[in-house]
Design a protein around this ligand. Sequence first.
Ligand code: SF4
Ligand code: SF4
Ligand code: SF4
Ligand code: FES
Length: 969
Amino acid sequence: MLDHLKETDYGTPERVSDNEVTLEIDGAAVTVAAGTSLMRAAVEAGIKVPKLCATDSLEPFGSCRLCLVEIEGRKGFPASCTTPVEAGMKVRTQTPKLQELRKGVMELYISDHPLDCLTCSANGNCELQDMAGVTGLRNVRYGFDGANHLKSQKDESNPYFSYDPSKCIVCNRCVRACEETQGTFALTIQGRGFESRVSPGQDQPFMESECVSCGACVEACPTATLQEKSVIWLGQPEHSAITTCAYCGVGCGFKAEMKGNEVVRMVPWKDGKANEGHSCVKGRFAWGYATHKDRITRPMIRSSISDPWREVSWEEAIGYAASEFRRIQARYGKDSVGGITSSRCTNEEAYLVQKLIRTAFGNNNVDTCARVCHSPTGYGLGQTFGTSAGTQTFKSVEKADVIMVIGANPAAAHPVFASRMKKRLREGAKLIVVDPRETEMVRSPHVRADFHLQLKPGTNVAVITALAHVIVTEGLLADDYIAERCDEKSFGEWKAFVARPENSPEALAAVSGVPAEQLRGAARLYATGNAEGRRTGSQVNAAIYYGLGVTEHAQGSTMVMGIANLAMATGNVGREGVGVNPLRGQNNVQGSCDMGSFPHELPGYRHISDTTVRSQFEAAWGVELSPEPGLRIPNMFDAAQAGSFKGLYCEGEDIVQSDPNTQHVAESLMAMECLVVQDIFLNETAKYAHVFLPGASFLEKDGTFTNAERRISRVRKVMPPLAGYADWEVTQLLSNALGYPMNYTHPREIMAEIAALTPTFSGVSYEKIDQHGSLQWPCNDSTPETGTSIMHTARFVRGKGRFIITQYVPSDEKVTQRFPLLLTTGRILSQYNVGAQTRRTANNQWHSEDRLEIHPHDAQDRGIRDGDWVGIQSRAGDTVLRATVTERIQPGVVYTTFHFPESGANVITTDSSDWATNCPEYKVTAVQVMPVAQPSQWQKSYSRFNAVQLGLLDAAARAGREDPVVSAK
Ligand code: SF4
Ligand code: SF4
Ligand code: SF4
Ligand code: FES
């Protein structure tokens, strides 16, 4: 076993109990929690018991019989993995008889196992091999000429792992991992006795089964039967570092297992608090993009977007960018430039970009992609609770009795959290799903939503107000909680508002499309734990999880406040198992917001107009700061078209693909005189750039990410930056060239500055993160050492919780005769956001194009069959996709993803946006859909533009290879 890579496996899961049990194992007294297995108790005491079918992430199964022990006064040899401790037991784990029995078991396993250890991919990291050694197996009496499985066919269908049945010992760990950890139930053991084999689905190849390629079975397999192909190709890793996934806001901890500077595999970290050893296909397997041939590793400049790129030295690129920003400011004024921080980059990097803009640019024209996803969360939770973040840990869901999922599909977008949630649902928690689409959360193996409120897009606020109406008028309020914790006046006003007859389920059913009885049942379930609304006397924990289906609406902020109202009204904030939980999209969207990426807020959500706060930053940064909030991203675009905004520094965000109304965004960028893009690929935005600064992937730098639980985790550099610099270093170079000095030597110094200037971060340091694995903000003198897991426990951050009236206002995006359908958008499991990373991996084998989902009735009315090309037209533009005809979507609604630039999903979305934050209304666009035979006009012109830009890039690369100065860099 490669010990440096392996964490202790306790054999069975930890048990939590107030009662402790003391027993004796191999003569030593051991005290453990009641319910602990003998195996775990032994391991906790430093005594290893041989095992094969047990592992501490799974419930014990007791099939291999290798872990037998002797217990004084008991007959036989019980399996230590399935036998719980009892007080006073005297257990022996090593006796001659046990040795003989274990050797016999191993002999049987090995007699049906290919003896190719030296050439096996798991050599050195195989539990079967280890156990042969531990049990002292020296020869195998049974011949290999009898019946065996040595010629069984391998299944190589999955791009990331292979299945070699000849090596399977039928320990069932993979099957249990798929059920218990992942919750997909894709595997079974087919056949009986000697014939029994692991089988995906109905004896299908993995790729044709229900398997979602999470890798839990591969991680659980003790042999090379299920093995990462990267390990088969590269061999066993040599060293490892703990880091954090750079995809979604779950923020899973991983061990990057390496050979030199090459990643061999990413293994989910058992001690990662966000994932506890689990992963999804993206973090586990889709990391190949980091070294993809499309990576741009040399800085480039050009004076116009029709010119060829010129590869230049870092010095020239930075000098050119700085001189352009200074020239623009001299000509058009200080406010004519701005920047966008990245929610893909680290906290330290987001902090530096906003600092550069406020200091070196001298304005507050900074924004981030949270503008287009969770800015309403920041506003809504700030107004009601006083803090712009979710209230819980992910683990908290294990205590929830009722789970309400609104406008989110965690199974696709936050898969590791979805697995946790499904586990709790299998244990009996109730589920309410509010979504226009029948997502995997509504119906999947062993999960059935108790209520699916299949509302019309754009009517969230009507639904949340109707739910509140039932709770208020049926006497289901948490009166004591409200009296103690909430603002009396705002509560009184809200109560009177929601109780009005026009806010009843019956009145709002037609608007929302949800039958009144379902609204009533769901409200009762949320408030009391049962659909009848019976008060049982015992405390019921109800938790709300929501996503972009809440925020990306004209009433996104109103809906967030409606959710907060509902949670306060039922007393569901401030303890485990409850709360209001925004499922953040990108890996560091929480962090980029925390770091002061909004134009009106300094780090820690403190308003730029606050003189006291501003003066602290002025003293630390040595400049006078503008007290005026700067431009938001949409305002930057409008100002660009009006001629007053001419220069943009855009780090790690592809605004052309991700922001609404693509043509408007592209025209705005074309109106600028200097667009500087810092990224790892020539993304869609970079095709409009004048300066390209190569970025670094998460594997190439140090820093921290903050996930949706406010958890700050380390990102660790495991390979040198391909272009020579980490992103924070590039920002620092640019700042210095602009005349504002930055001289950090490591991101830990940047975090020290953040901590010194931000009260909620004052206890955060790299040393403490290294010590505890992660910290949750607020983390300061008034919190525990590791920060705050549950927010608002004794009181709300703002003092008394504030109720806010949520008047439903229909969206301006209305269906008409010309645009009779509503388009809504979302994500798919295998692709990620604009797809820049996942499209450059084998994940394309699951999803290689964006499709339009349409209900059979709407398809039939238009003569559309599954797979046909269809034109989708809105007031903003049109595009063409292939149709998927499915009943997952309701009549009158169509749905697509937005992972491929050529799909142009955002060509159709409009610039309608949230009233409070300008978050675009991606989820509601009135469209018409018709069969077509050719791409849209936009797609044709995109295709031409794209070909030209890729040609200009190729020319630069060719010239760079021929230029000795550049190629020497
Ligand atoms: S594939 Fe691996 S985990 Fe599954 S039964 Fe076979 S040996 Fe055990
Ligand atoms: S990869 Fe995940 S989903 Fe697929 S079979 Fe293994 S555990 Fe199940
Ligand atoms: S759930 Fe999110 S953070 Fe975890 S592995 Fe998947 S993409 Fe990465
Ligand atoms: S490890 Fe206990 S029976 Fe297999």
